[in-house]
Write a protein that binds this ligand. Structure first.
Ligand SMILES: NC(=O)c1ccc[n+]([C@@H]2O[C@H](COP(=O)([O-])OP(=O)(O)OC[C@H]3O[C@@H](n4cnc5c(N)ncnc54)[C@H](OP(=O)(O)O)[C@@H]3O)[C@@H](O)[C@H]2O)c1
Length: 310
């Protein structure tokens, strides 16, 4: 059934793709982004409807609530967040405004309007000591980004009625083209493609997630109003060096450009989960849009890259 969907974070990596995907399926889509509309990636199969762009800021409580009242969406999908992990550490009040207060505003408005709220979250809600994590594992966030994203989850659970909320966690999302800001995959392509060396961690295990695949899972969760917590990442757990080597093999880049390093070598200002990643077995069973294994995901990533350069 066609739905009226509001997607926030429409200028971002996941939100931009989700907007185009929903429009290609004939849904009525309102794309909310901060400031003016920026280029959205091409739709997968042509667009049936034209998304309507709305400017909105998660920090503008009144404006956000007003936009939601005007749009009266069946489903609100929140892909907007302050995602710069070190930036959140430097500017905790900005992180709190976007990742907690903004989410609470969306949740209160969704409740008042009887809309379903789908909140996109992260594997960072877990400490990364014993991943990959099941959907019902106990969060233990470390660092401002992680803590505020977890508080956003809690706001959704507290403020939205039972059956009217979904939390979809994802992890290390990559896609081509990037949306102005490099992501893990686009950074690797640009550096390795130019013959530059990259330092990748041997001691961080993650579930890399192809952005188009994430958008497909989010779209299905929204279309079917599947409530509760879902893990919407890639299916395979790998360390970053192994991911880089697989990417080199698929793209024809020189794998000796990858220099293995340890997280401690970089003296990062914010803790990063070491044994992270999400267990997607429940998603694999329940969704038609399956989390992709790493080889299938890299095939799609490569096809997108070649399509944009030919
Ligand atoms: N990328 C990953 O590796 C990753 C991993 C795990 C979970 N996630 C989650 O996935 C979701 C989507 O992230 P993404 O990868 O698409 O990140 P992204 O590319 O950084 O997109 C986030 C969007 O949120 C917008 N935004 C930030 N602060 C805002 C505010 N105060 N008001 C309105 N919009 C604001 C940004 O706007 P501007 O474009 O104007 O900056 C940006 O377009 C987020 O919830 C994130 O926490 C991402």
């Amino acid at each position: 059934m066609k739905m009226r969907a509001l997607v926030t974070g429409a200028n971002g990596l996941v939100g931009g793709r989700l907007v185009r995907l929903l429009a290609s399926r004939g849904h009525e889509v309102f794309a909310m982004g901060r400031g003016h509309q920026r280029v959205l990636p091409s739709p997968p199969h042509g667009e049936e409807t034209i998304p309507q762009y709305v400017s909105g800021d998660l920090g503008d409580t009144d404006g956000l609530a007003q936009s939601l009242r005007e749009i009266r969406a069946d489903v609100v999908i929140n892909c907007a967040a302050m995602t710069d992990v070190d930036g959140c550490e430097r500017e905790p009040s900005h992180a709190y405004t976007a990742n907690v207060e903004g989410v609470a505003t969306l949740a209160r408005s969704a409740r008042a309007l009887d809309s379903h709220l789908l909140q996109v979250s992260t594997d960072y809600v877990f400490d990364g000591d014993a991943g990959p994590y099941d959907v019902d594992a106990i969060p233990n966030p470390r660092g401002v980004y992680a803590i505020t994203k977890h508080m956003g989850e809690e706001a959704v659970r507290a403020l939205c009625p039972r059956g009217k909320w979904t939390i979809a966690r994802t992890a290390v999302v990559y896609g081509w083209p990037s949306t102005g800001k490099n992501n893990f995959g686009s950074w690797l392509i640009e550096a390795l493609g130019a013959g530059k060396t990259v330092k990748l961690f041997t001691d961080q295990r993650v579930t890399p997630s192809h952005a188009g695949n994430v958008a497909e899972m989010l779209a299905e969760l929204a279309e079917r109003r599947m409530a509760g917590i879902w893990h919407t990442s890639g299916a395979d757990v790998v360390d970053r060096v192994s991911f880089g080597q697989k990417l080199c093999a698929r793209f024809g880049f020189d794998p000796s450009l990858i220099h293995p390093s340890k997280m401690a070598d970089l003296n990062l200002p914010t803790p990063r989960p070491a044994k992270s990643g999400l267990n997607v077995s429940r998603t694999l069973e329940a969704l038609g849009a399956k989390p992709l294994g790493i080889d299938a995901a890299l095939d799609r990533f490569y096809a997108e890259y070649k399509g944009s350069t030919s």
